[in-house]
Design a protein around this ligand. Structure first.
Ligand SMILES: C[S@@+](CC[C@H](N)C(=O)[O-])C[C@H]1O[C@@H](n2cnc3c(N)ncnc32)[C@H](O)[C@@H]1O
Length: 748
């Protein structure tokens, strides 16, 4: 089809236009549309849109969340559910007790959303837009002539006039089998099972579909094969088909279904042994499924050693993906780190959370995570495999997409949009995972939309509320590099702003922020490693920095408020906040002047001692703005002085550059001090003491120690140099998660 020149793709919604449209309540709300498009014009428009997907330039995918509304909690088969037709639907008015059954009369348009033309049981037609389905055009979930039940249907306005039916929550859509009794008689179809095909042929076709990445079609073929085997038994083939279905389900993130298939395959493989096992548990699918879901590394039935390798590998995969827990922080992290690459993020690692507990923080911060035992500096406090970390190829522009949330006017770029999509997919298909996820902080969403935490059950499953998923994502996700170590690489330029992924960790979500934290989180692929950055006492709350604090207290608090809805009340924020406005503004001005002086000095070729001294004098003036007034106690005594960090780092490296070791040592100690870490040197006894207090451990403090070691070595004070190296090593592990790359870093 040749598209007309003036063709506009109205299936790709424009967020700003939609926001404007939704900003005013429709005067027609609650009434029936006064006019509607004919079947012919809907079909014609649809054909053009389908042609656009093959002929037109593809825009960036735009996922849109309208204003929040709760998913329906009514099963369509519930006797009190009301079955409607298109003619009964009202504008912008959803009834959670109602549903409609429609049949697709077109191929689906699958891009930012899925669009179909559907007819109802009396032949009326409508455009149906389904958001948040994870399928692709080659492997669709909804098909031409597919039959769907849509819960709480209503007419939603379109920007260009007219109406469509819009589905946002995956649990508001039910895909019906052709033979389902709920489907009207003349729509019912016998499932297509080409005569003459045997299970082996279905298996081959399924394998072919799998290779073509048509995963859902592969599942259909394997199911046909299994159906054939119900009348032509062949145990090895049946095991094989369940095994293959399990593998496809894992690819589609349908882990609950994968566990069901695998338990059937395992039981069949045991029951068909020449001497079947005496333990009946081994041939009971429910027992095997519950072991797969047990989240425990224990294996009371000694299954692992008895399973054929292919089934054993699948069992391990499912257990890791559903979440596996170990009680000790024993890991070979360097080995795990060696497996990680841009396309291999997902590691086989169990989660360690045994030595922390979640309880009310008692400080008005909601729930928090607390130490159940003492941790020494550097120890792992939590090690956690991601619940979801999308593994896309960053250079692949085909995965570009944006998520617009019209409810709060925010837009998330690709990392957030892809995390949202994958969270929706994982939660839609795995009811066993929903309860834990929906316990995470949702910032009071339930109250706003009028749903209580315990009430969200649908057909014994938790409803998949996409608005709530998005709220939970924004409050709890982390931006992550492939490995924290990569952020330190000499080729990594912090100003080039490399794209970080967005990931979700269920347990780390319960850790509150402090600008003066006692732990540092790092990432090795999809494994989060949280280490104590100072000694932590049993019972102490574990905290980490959500983001490194802005120098300016107002900007800092604004960021916390805008992103997470809180105001930080840590000691640093209290002290920075209590500084008079005049001093605050003087600090800001001087900081900016220093920044320009540093840029200017750097741009004039090799630095001279005169240029460095000039910056040192300006830094001294800034330092004076942190001094206490005469007779007053020093509020910053052992607190970070954030505005001084960059200038002192510059001075340390500049003095090093011109070979002035004494000045470099002095500046490096100041750098530590400006992060809140006090050092004391006894020149007589040649001792060096470090008082970490509540100071910050980060890459710059590791660098400061490295420079100190270098300086003291040059002076011949090897004892102090060794002490600095020892501490630098511990801190390096804290800020990267492992010792991988440590020697190189300390040598540079
Ligand atoms: C990732 S969650 C942390 C766990 C959360 N407290 C809970 O009850 O689930 C982030 C939310 O915790 C709260 N929070 C975290 N750090 C805080 C702090 N320093 N002060 C006040 N509230 C904080 C905020 O409500 C924030 O949106």
């Amino acid at each position: 089809m040749i598209l007309p020149k003036d063709f506009r793709n109205t299936y790709e919604e424009v967020p700003a236009s939609l926001r404007d449209l939704y900003s005013q309540e429709s005067p027609e709300k609650g009434s029936k549309p006064s006019s509607k498009l004919s079947r012919q014009s809907l079909l014609k428009s649809h054909q053009r849109h389908l042609a656009f997907l093959t002929e037109g330039p593809l825009p960036i995918r735009t996922l849109i969340l309208p204003k929040p509304y709760a998913p329906s909690r009514k099963a369509i088969r519930d006797a009190s559910s009301r079955r409607l037709n298109l003619g009964d639907l009202l504008i912008d008015s959803r009834n959670p007790e109602s549903f409609i059954v429609v049949k697709s009369i077109t191929l689906p348009y699958i891009y930012s959303a899925t669009v179909l033309v559907v007819e109802d049981e009396v032949g009326d037609v409508a455009r149906l837009t389904i958001s948040n389905l994870e399928h692709t055009a080659i492997d669709p979930i909804v098909s031409e002539s597919g039959i769907l039940a849509v819960k709480q249907p209503c007419w939603s306005r379109l920007v260009d006039g007219g109406y469509h039916i819009r589905v946002d929550h995956p649990s508001d859509l039910v895909i019906l089998e052709g033979g389902d009794e709920i489907v009207k008689e003349d729509w019912r179809v016998r499932e297509e099972r080409r005569e003459g095909r045997d299970a082996d042929e279905w298996k081959k076709e399924g394998d072919m579909m799998f290779l073509k990445k048509m995963f859902r079609k592969a599942l259909v073929c394997y199911n046909h094969g299994l159906h054939h085997l119900s009348t032509h038994p062949n145990a090895p083939l049946q095991i094989d088909l369940h095994r293959k279905k399990c593998g496809v389900n894992i690819v589609l993130l349908r882990l609950d279904a994968a566990a069901t298939d695998l338990s059937l395959a395992i039981c069949l493989s045991f029951s068909t042994l020449p001497t079947p096992p005496s333990n009946p548990a081994l041939t009971d699918p429910a027992t095997i499924a519950s072991w797969l879901h047990s989240q425990s590394t224990t294996d009371p039935l000694n299954l692992s050693s008895q399973l054929p390798p292919a089934l054993r590998a699948l069992a391990a995969r499912i257990k890791f993906d559903l979440g596996l827990y170990q009680s000790t922080p024993t890991y070979n992290l360097p080995l795990l780190s060696s497996y990680v690459g841009p396309l291999s993020l997902h590691l086989d690692a169990a989660t360690y959370i045994s030595d922390v507990e979640v309880r009310d923080s008692g400080a008005g911060h909601g729930r928090g995570t607390f130490a159940k035992r003492a941790f020494t500096m550097g120890e792992c406090v939590v090690v956690e495999k991601a619940f979801v970390l999308p593994g896309y190829f960053i250079a692949d522009r085909g995965s570009d997409c944006l998520l617009y949330n019209l409810g709060n006017g925010t837009a998330a770029p690709r990392p957030g949009a892809l995390l949202f999509r994958e969270l929706v997919q994982k939660l839609s298909w795995n009811s066993s995972l929903r309860r834990e996820f929906f316990k995470c902080d949702d910032g009071g969403y339930e109250g706003e939309v009028g749903v209580g935490r315990g009430e969200v059950e649908v057909e014994d499953e938790w409803a998949v509320d996409v608005f709530r998923i998005e709220r939970i994502r924004t409050l709890n996700c982390f931006s992550v590099p492939t490995r924290s170590l990569d952020l330190l690489s000499p080729t990594h330029n912090p100003h080039s702003n490399p794209e970080l992924r967005n990931g979700f960790w269920l347990h780390a979500s319960f850790i509150n922020h402090s600008c003066l934290p006692n732990s540092v989180r790092t990432f090795i692929g999809d494994v989060l490693v949280l280490r104590a950055s100072r000694d932590i006492a049993a019972g102490e709350e574990i905290t980490h920095q959500y983001t490194s604090p802005d120098i300016d207290i107002h900007e800092r608090q604004e960021k916390f408020k805008a992103t997470w809805g809180f105001e930080c009340d840590c000691r640093l924020c209290a002290v920075d906040g209590a500084v008079g406005e005049q001093v605050k503004s003087q600090r800001r001005v001087l900081f900016e002047e220093l920044k320009s002086a540093v840029v200017k000095a750097g741009g004039q070729g090799a630095l001279t001692s005169t240029a460095i001294k000039r910056i040192a004098r300006m830094t001294g003036r800034l330092e004076a703005l942190y001094a206490p007034a005469e007779g007053e106690p020093d509020q910053y005594e052992n607190l970070p002085r954030l505005a001084l960090v960059h200038p002192t780092l510059f001075l340390t490296e500049a003095w090093r550059g011109v070979g002035n070791m004494e000045r470099m040592i002095e500046a490096a100690r100041k750098l530590l001090r400006n992060f809140g870490i006090l050092t004391a040197v006894d020149t007589e006894k040649r001792t060096f003491e470090v008082d970490l207090g509540q100071g910050l451990v980060n890459v710059e403090t590791v660098r400061a120690l490295k420079y100190l070691a270098e300086g003291y070595t040059k002076k011949g004070w090897t004892g102090i140099a060794e002490k600095c190296v020892g501490l630098a090593k511990t801190w390096f592990v804290i800020i990267t998660g492992t010792e991988v790359g440590m020697e190189e870093f300390l040598k540079q």
